[in-house]
Structure formats: structure tokens, C-alpha cells
Design a binder for this molecule. Structure first.
Ligand code: MG
Length: 119
């Protein structure tokens, strides 16, 4: 089995259909589930220093990986239910990001695009 996002989309769709869960997988519910999983991810980093967040112990890193997987699965399911090509959308957004944040202008800065235009 390859590791493509398309394979994951097919696997998640089959998993859902086998359980008759399509009835619950509306874009509204999937987007809410996605945010709930993102909150579970954040809990692992809450109160850590930046250095600690970069050097997670093995068990914590495994747990973080599981939350990232949950997020990815819900993201793929959400895009699938909306018939959005996630890879295409992400590449298109990267092009927009490159225009909004030209490297020569933002290198080393954490300012947001709106702040860049003010300066
Ligand atoms: Mg989770």
C-alpha cells in the first residue's frame, strides 16, 4: 500500500461506510471533530517551555503523533465530503502564502500579513 493522501481518503471513506457513519459525517460535524482533535493536540504542549515542546519524551511524542493522525483523518474526511482536492488546495494556498509573505520581506519576522502592510 502506498502512503498517498488518496489512499488515506479511500481508507477513511471505507472505514466510515462500513460502520454506517456517513450519516454523521456532515461538514459541520467533521469540522467540529477536527477542532476537538486539534485541542487534544494542544493539551500535550500546554505549559511546556518552547525547549520542552521541541524535545518531547518518546511516550509523549507517540501521543502527539496519534493526535496529528486524528487531525489528518478528519481533515481528509472533511475535504472528501466537500469534494475538495486537498493536495491541490494546499498547493494553491502555498502559492498565495508565497505572495503574501515574500521571503525577502519577512525573513526572520513573525509578523502577520496585515502587520507587514502597515510597516
Ligand atoms: Mg484524539
Amino acid at each position: 500500500m502506498s502512503d498517498s493522501l488518496e489512499d488515506l481518503r479511500c481508507q477513511a471513506a471505507a472505514f466510515t461506510t462500513e460502520r454506517d457513519w456517513d450519516q454523521f459525517h456532515s461538514p459541520k460535524n467533521l469540522s467540529m471533530a477536527l477542532i476537538a482533535e486539534a485541542a487534544e493536540l494542544v493539551e500535550h504542549f500546554q505549559w511546556l517551555t518552547q525547549a520542552q515542546s521541541r524535545d518531547l519524551p518518546g511516550d509523549k511524542k507517540e501521543a502527539v503523533g496519534q493526535e496529528l493522525a486524528d487531525i489528518l483523518i478528519y481533515l481528509v474526511r472533511l475535504a472528501d465530503t466537500l469534494d475538495i482536492d486537498l493536495i491541490h488546495a494546499a498547493h494553491a494556498k502555498m502559492k498565495l502564502n508565497a505572495l503574501r509573505y515574500p521571503a525577502a520581506k519577512v525573513r526572520g519576522s513573525a509578523k502577520r500579513a496585515a502587520e507587514l502592510n502597515d510597516s
